[in-house]
Design a protein around this ligand. Sequence first.
Ligand SMILES: C[S@@+](CC[C@H](N)C(=O)[O-])C[C@H]1O[C@@H](n2cnc3c(N)ncnc32)[C@H](O)[C@@H]1O
Length: 408
Amino acid sequence: MEEALLEYLRCPFCGSALEIEKVIHINTTRIIDGILRCMCREYPLISGILYMRDDEISKKVLMLLRKERLHAALYLILEGRMIKKAIIWANRFHIQPTFWRIIGLWNWKYWTYYLRYRFSAPSFIAAVALLPVIKEACDGYMLDLCAGVGHFSFAAAKHIPPTQIICVERRFTSLYFAREFFIPHAAAYIAWEAHQMLPFVDNFFKTIVCLDSFHYLDTKYLVSKEIERVLTYEGVVLLPHLHNQKMFNILPGSPLTVHDYQRLFSNFRFRMIPEETILKNLLEAQVLDITHNDNVDEVDAFTMIMSKTDRYFKQYSTHMLFSDAEELIVNPIYRQRKTKKGWQLKLKFPCRLYKVEFPLINKYFEKRLFISNEDINNTDTIYKLQTQFVLINVPPRFVQVKHVIKKR
Ligand SMILES: C[S@@+](CC[C@H](N)C(=O)[O-])C[C@H]1O[C@@H](n2cnc3c(N)ncnc32)[C@H](O)[C@@H]1O
């Protein structure tokens, strides 16, 4: 965690500022392991992740950190018997497993699929279409609220400095993966339950993103007020992939009606756009159009963009999304077969639930494709395959790939 950020953090229990109690490891300006304190309690900081949850684990980890027993503290705080062992083992023997491999050890199979194929999900791709808005607000910090393992922060860090990104997520283990695989240089990773007060000073963030998560939070009224409190007046809030209470969803959480989402954020101007419209505009025209509201009453998932100014509500080109990649791989949603003349690709869902959760894949993705050896050397073809999300950019240790396609 960047030391300079301490100034902007607040204890969510007593509201006082945080100070350094003990530093075990520091890397220039970045505290890796140590203990922070406020007026009412102490917080462990381990592997660069600030653990703000007030539970038994926190107390035990603090005891271990006081004795500088870092491996034991990390072992205790990580979730999942197999994952703990794999991480400690990899750290001890300096082995670098891929994310794909290690997430296979998670004991909820669908979560493994969700995370392995996150870059293929229409909900994710439609959120990526919003990156030009984030770039527009790049002169301040971005909060990735309920960040998961950091897929979206990885994509955002191509367009704003990673040191302006803060990931908040309830699961320490997810943040460990975010730091290890997706966004190694974020300003901070904070393990915290976002349905309580957010641990930041007022008017701090320029952008707040909460992707595929707001409908899972229980205290939506409180979270909406907290989002408003920690956002600057010129800031922008992006809630991509909101579930609609009126429509069926296989993993619904506790969604609200369109009207109730608007009521929660009534102090903001807003745009509500069906996720499918955003996806279609991105895939077919490489634009993001948030000039006007669409009717989202009858759509199962939509995006809400909010601000107190009209500055962000315009049309954007999304070409920037396809010009930054140094290395591209074939989207893992495609099974690939190498032939003498090139690659044969075939769309293949990882499981039935994934197919039910993301029906837009079947609607918008090519089912079968052939990429010839000549195509790989053709800049225009590569660009087109990127705009179709057949070729994607992933973090270096995301998956072991046989064929990395270098962009020229
Ligand atoms: C469906 S996932 C989305 C993750 C990420 N935003 C993405 O789109 O890839 C929902 C995430 O919200 C997190 N989450 C759920 N409730 C939370 C809470 N109260 N506080 C913080 N994180 C929470 C979960 O742990 C999970 O990582």
